[in-house]
Design a protein. Structure first.
Length: 297
């Protein structure tokens, strides 16, 4: 392969059938996998899951790029407690999977602006970042917006460059960065390339998800009208030039994985899901430079 400084992979759900999923996906040529958990992490079963994962991937040349949990650890009450415990479990377990990245949403105090969230963010994620640093783990916050904005929201504050600046100022450590993708920015009519160039040193993991923006809809209905103006796409089917994205990642010294975030494309879905993902894999490989050719000795 010899393109292992930037691998192309896909997301998989951390469910009981994970080993079977990985076996089938590795056979399709995916080079890395980001294991994703929703809400909770099976603390007592994580070692068994790691062993099954390592057994399946042995000899395949594929790796686990990252572990991720999507929850709200900044809440008070039981849900926030469970979310913080999930982060701690993955931070403590990353080495079992041979990876050093734990990713997810920051969480958010619902209804508050991003600046008004920073005290809670520092209180929750400061200790998690320290725990991660002590274990050689990097934390990567996803830039997912969902319905969150600067002024209000309920899931995530790592949604835009001004928010990232506040985050990095609040926890100024080398092991806190981003899990970045262009789609979330495009859905807010933001050009993702300038921010990629500016923040590339803080990008630890990339989600392979694109978007299509319907500019005729924007011009006719605006962004708050009855007609959707943007929708997610698998790389190769959206508006982004991933040759440019990968070139900027290389120029910035990025090493790691671009893992396709599937099950979002409204066209290549259901029976066409893996058709779309494998096309995305092939497309990203071409954008990476195609087949590796060694230099003359």
């Amino acid at each position: 392969m010899f393109h292992d400084t930037i691998r192309i992979g896909t997301l998989v759900v951390g469910r009981p059938s994970l080993a079977n999923d990985l076996e089938q996906l590795a056979a399709l040529g995916f080079e890395s996998f980001s294991i994703t958990f929703w809400g909770t992490v099976p603390k007592t079963g994580i070692k068994r899951l790691a062993k099954q994962t390592n057994d399946v991937l042995a000899g395949t040349n594929a790796v686990i790029s990252s572990l991720a949990v999507f929850t709200n650890p900044m809440l008070d009450g039981e849900e926030g407690k469970v979310g913080r415990e999930a982060w701690r479990t993955l931070i403590d377990s990353a080495h079992l999977f041979g990876c050093d990245i734990v990713a997810g949403f920051t969480g958010r105090v619902p209804g508050r602006s991003i600046p008004d969230n920073m005290s809670r963010f520092r209180k929750v994620h400061g200790p998690l970042a320290k725990r991660a640093a002590d274990r050689g783990v990097r934390i990567a916050f996803e830039n997912c917006t969902r319905t969150d904005s600067w002024h209000t929201g309920r899931r995530n504050i790592a949604i835009s460059p001004p928010a990232w600046d506040l985050i990095f100022d609040a926890i100024p450590t080398d092991n806190v960065g981003l899990e970045w993708e262009p789609a979330h920015q495009m859905a807010n009519l933001i050009d993702p390339m300038p921010q990629l160039r500016k923040y590339v040193k803080k990008i630890f993991h990339v989600h392979g998800k694109d978007a299509t923006v319907l500019w005729d809809v924007v011009r006719e209905h605006g962004v708050n009208g009855p007609v959707p103006f943007a929708f997610p796409r698998t790389p190769g089917f959206g508006d982004s030039n991933w040759t440019d994205i990968i070139s900027e990642l290389r120029r910035g010294g990025f090493t790691g994985s671009i893992d396709i975030e599937g099950w979002h494309d409204p066209v290549y879905r259901e029976k066409l899901e893996m058709t779309g993902q494998v096309r995305g894999l092939d497309y990203l490989r071409e954008c990476r430079g195609g087949t590796f050719v060694p230099n003359p000795a």
